[in-house]
Design a binder for this molecule. Structure first.
Ligand code: APR
Ligand code: PHB
Length: 391
């Protein structure tokens, strides 16, 4: 088999890239280790920046999002139960975010991939990258026990944090930067109306809590937990009690309780690898960087990476210029680091750090009080939250 671009991984990065290349007439094959149900079933964040909304529009995939998504012009912070609103739309001169779950985005991308004849190989075992330093790279895998080979011009490593692409780059070339946080997020989904029409990010002495949603009838809530906690430690009742305590009386009075139908614990990590290109291999999305979920930048960063990568590849095929390809890593990393900074800052502001003392806690409370009263501080938060422009 032969193609122009081999895309490893059918998560948001790989599928968006597949669609972008297809739209431009560049030939690509997506190779995914799991099946569609697995990829689509993973519960992830659901706040889309304008960059992501624009891309869905540009690809002609925005119809359901426009119908079912919720436009949020503001978000809320809480400091020990005192909730205040950040009017992002006014502060940024009109920018908003779209609340539409990543699972819905994935469903729309997969459905359209079928009708647009985007080739996806599922259940590919032992995917391996070869000769990425040469002009003739190729990818191999096994499907149903049979060896397969795909020759290509370029490989896009969109296979997430645990993928094989990053590992194909020699250790001597890669630099990695990492921060592991000493807590996790326990998240639940429940078929109950959300407690507010917007999100609430709460800093409480007992730890962080987040009130989010998937729709007007489905809520997504999180509480910061210990990394030693097990799901079995958290009955629904314990979860709701802790959530209400951390959101404060006023918001808690509007929380509708109900049985959870999904419950999971996720660790928090900041991670960046540089460069995002080696030879004919490009990294995009979680394969190159991870953000903690505070601020919901993960999928949006994967999107900005592949928009830049697609521009570079299309320029190569349509204009015969490699300027975009040569500049991809530097251009992508500039935006990645700003989102890393914001996600780290927002995490640091809102969580309880077990290893820190009373002074640090006072600094958090003072900073929240400052943000509450300062338009300048609110603009800084708002412009990062809605997403920085693609430059
Ligand atoms: N070969 C082929 N596919 C692989 C391999 C492999 N060796 N390893 C992993 N994959 C697949 C995974 O099964 C997954 O479907 O690559 C895909 C990577 O998807 P994500 O982890 O979602 O990463 P990305 O597309 O970069 O999306 C980033 O979406 O899922 C969120 O938390 C994530 O918010 C972040 C954003
Ligand atoms: C979510 O709805 O899952 C969500 C929302 C905002 C975040 C993180 C997660 O910052």
């Amino acid at each position: 088999m032969r193609t122009q671009v081999a895309i490893i991984g059918a998560g948001p990065a790989g599928l968006f890239l597949g669609h972008l290349l297809k739209q431009a007439g560049v030939d690509a094959v997506v190779i995914e280790r799991k099946n569609r149900a697995y990829v689509e079933g993973r519960v992830r964040a659901g706040v889309l920046e304008q960059v992501t909304v624009d891309l869905l529009e540009r690809l002609g995939l925005a119809e359901r999002m426009r119908r079912e998504g919720l436009v949020h012009g503001g978000t809320n912070l809480a400091s020990d139960g005192d909730v205040f609103r950040i009017d992002m739309e006014t502060l940024t001169g009109g920018s908003t975010v779209m609340v539409y779950g990543q699972q819905e985005v994935m469903k729309d991308l997969f459905d359209a991939a079928e009708s647009r004849d985007i080739q996806i190989v599922f259940d590919a075992d032992d995917v391996a990258l070869h000769d990425i330093d040469s002009a003739k790279p190729f990818v191999t895998w096994r499907k149903n026990g049979v060896e397969q080979r795909l020759d290509c011009d370029f490989i896009a490593g969109c296979d997430g944090y645990h993928g094989v692409s990053r590992a194909a780059i020699p250790q001597s070339v890669l630099k990695t930067f990492e921060r592991v946080y000493p807590f996790g997020w326990l998240g639940i989904l429940a078929e109950v109306p959300p407690c507010d029409h917007e999100l609430i990010y709460s800093n409480h002495e007992r730890g962080f809590a987040l009130a989010s949603m998937r729709s007007l009838t489905r809520s997504r809530y999180y509480v910061q937990c210990s990394l030693d906690d097990r799901i079995g430690d958290w009955s629904d009742e314990r979860f709701w009690d802790e959530l209400c305590l951390r959101l404060g009386d006023e918001a808690a009075s509007r929380v509708t309780r109900g049985p959870s139908f999904e419950k999971s614990i996720a660790p928090l990590r900041s991670f960046v690898t540089e460069p995002m290109r080696h030879g004919r291999l490009f990294l995009a999305g979680d394969a190159a960087h991870i953000v903690p979920p505070t601020g919901a930048k993960g999928m949006n960063l994967a999107v900005s990476d592949v928009v830049m990568l697609s521009e570079a590849l299309i320029e190569h095929y349509q204009q015969g210029s490699d300027a975009g390809i040569d500049g991809y890593s530097t251009r992508a990393l500039a935006r990645v680091w700003k989102a890393e900074r914001f996600s780290w800052w927002f995490t640091s502001l809102t969580h309880r750090f077990p290893d820190r003392d009373g002074f640090d806690r006072k600094m958090q409370v003072a900073e929240l009080a400052y943000i509450k009263d300062s338009r300048a501080a609110q603009i800084t938060l708002a412009e990062n939250y809605v997403g920085l422009p693609l430059v």
